[in-house]
Design a protein around this ligand. Structure first.
Ligand code: AMP
Ligand code: ZN
Length: 114
């Protein structure tokens, strides 16, 4: 999508600190981390949020979680634990409308979420 920040990051038009890439997903460090490990995992196919997910996106959402799991192991937070979050819409504070999974770790998180 032309004016999408994350599409531009995926294409390399805007710099990012890439953590992982394969044919369907791209992962990079969050520019404003809220935990010692804060990585965003995004599909290369643009869709705005979980609200726009279609049955044909089932595999890609699985790929996103598989990448997050592998990155968590690489970053050594698989045993200590981590949080994976899709923010959807205004009440969840979604700021960028290209779906992205937050992978957060390296500290304790409270529950229920704030
Ligand atoms: P959300 O509020 O769920 O839409 O999350 C958007 C996330 O994107 C925030 O955590 C931002 O810090 C992050 N972000 C915004 N711009 C960039 C960028 N250029 N590179 C990396 N992360 C970014
Ligand atoms: Zn996009």
């Amino acid at each position: 999508m032309q004016d999408c920040l994350f599409c531009k990051i995926i294409k390399g038009e805007i710099k990012s600190k890439k953590v992982f890439e394969n044919e369907s997903v791209f992962a990079f460090e969050d520019i404003n981390p809220t935990a010692p490990i804060h990585i965003l995992v995004v599909p290369k196919k643009h869709f705005a949020s979980l609200n726009e997910m279609t049955p044909e996106d089932k595999d890609i959402v699985g790929e996103i979680f598989l990448a997050a799991k592998n990155i968590a192991k690489e970053k050594n937070i698989d045993k200590s634990g981590y949080r994976t979050v899709f923010n959807t819409g205004p009440d969840a504070g979604q700021a960028i409308y290209h779906i992205h999974l937050h992978l957060l770790g390296g500290r304790k998180f409270s529950w229920p979420a704030g």
